[in-house]
Structures are given as C-alpha cells and as structure tokens.
Design a protein around this ligand. Structure first.
Ligand SMILES: [Zn+2]
Length: 114
C-alpha cells in the first residue's frame, strides 16, 4: 500500500518537473479551450514515463470533462478545433472528450478526424 503511494507520488513529481516546459508549449492557456482557469497537467498516458509527449495542460473545466463530467454541449464546440491540435496527446484527449458529447456536431467532427 505504502509502496503504491510512493510510486504515485514519484509520478506526480515527474509530471511537475515537466510543468514549466508544458506551460511554455501551451502558452499558459488550456490546450483544449484556451481558458486560463486553474491550469494543471493531465496525464495522457499512465503507462509511459511522463514527458511533453504524454502530458497536456488543461483548465479545471476541461479536466472535469475529461473525467467524464457532462457539460452543456453548446459550450464544448472548442473541441472541434482541439481535435486537430498539432500535439498528438492534445488531439487524442480532445477526441476522448468529444466522444462523450451527445450531439450531432460532435459525431460529425469525430467522423471527420478519424
Ligand atoms: Zn479548458
């Protein structure tokens, strides 16, 4: 149990080490919606060593959507752009968010990118 917690903490430390470079890449905005509210790194691949290739910077609201919180689909249209992000990890996570949106425009956008 303690071992698992140590491992978890080590991972959080490794992620926070990337924080500065990640913030620079993201220009200190959410990489999904360009918001600026409580930005934090999200882990795009829990099986890989944390790096800029596996992390994305997300605001509080986008992190909640990533966690599966339902939001008003009319306010999530930024995902149509985010799925084309030049950072593969951002594009992949945006697709994941879009897949949870129950709306015709979301399905059409996903179809276009896949
Ligand atoms: Zn956001």
């Amino acid at each position: 149990m303690a071992k698992g917690r140590e491992k978890h903490q080590a991972r959080l430390d490794a992620i926070s080490l990337q924080g500065k470079d990640l913030a620079r890449r993201a220009k200190r905005t959410c990489e999904f919606c360009e918001g600026r509210g409580d930005l934090r790194a999200v882990d795009g691949d829990e099986n890989a060593e944390p790096s800029l290739e596996t992390l994305a910077l997300a605001c509080e609201r986008c992190r909640a959507v990533l966690d599966g919180r339902k939001d008003d689909e009319r306010t999530l249209r930024f995902l149509e752009t985010a799925i084309w992000n030049e950072e593969p990890v951002v594009a992949r996570l945006a697709k994941q968010m879009l897949a949870s949106v129950d709306a015709d425009w979301a399905r059409a956008a996903l179809e276009m990118v896949s």
